[in-house]
Design a protein around this ligand. Structure first.
Ligand code: ZN
Length: 76
């Protein structure tokens, strides 16, 4: 399990990614989406290069995103 926002479809993940990139003033913005096999969902990442440990490392900074989970729900 990871603490990232999970989406049922790549389309939904991309829609949210684009929404955040358009509207967020955060310094770090999501760069892309990928399918997390552990979660079984599509998630957003600010990392450009896929790394098999990405999932674990991002867990360290995942709390902020976890709190935003509900905010983008249904934004498609
Ligand atoms: Zn995951």
């Amino acid at each position: 399990m990871c603490n990232k926002i999970g989406f049922a479809s790549k389309k939904e993940a991309n829609t949210t990614k684009n929404f955040i990139r358009r509207t967020s003033s955060r310094a770090v913005l999501p760069e892309r989406t990928y399918f997390c096999r552990e979660c079984g969902k599509w998630v957003l990442t600010s990392k450009k290069i896929f790394n098999k440990n990405e999932h674990i490392r991002q867990k360290l900074s995942g709390n902020q995103r976890k709190n935003r989970r509900g905010r983008f729900k249904g934004d498609d």
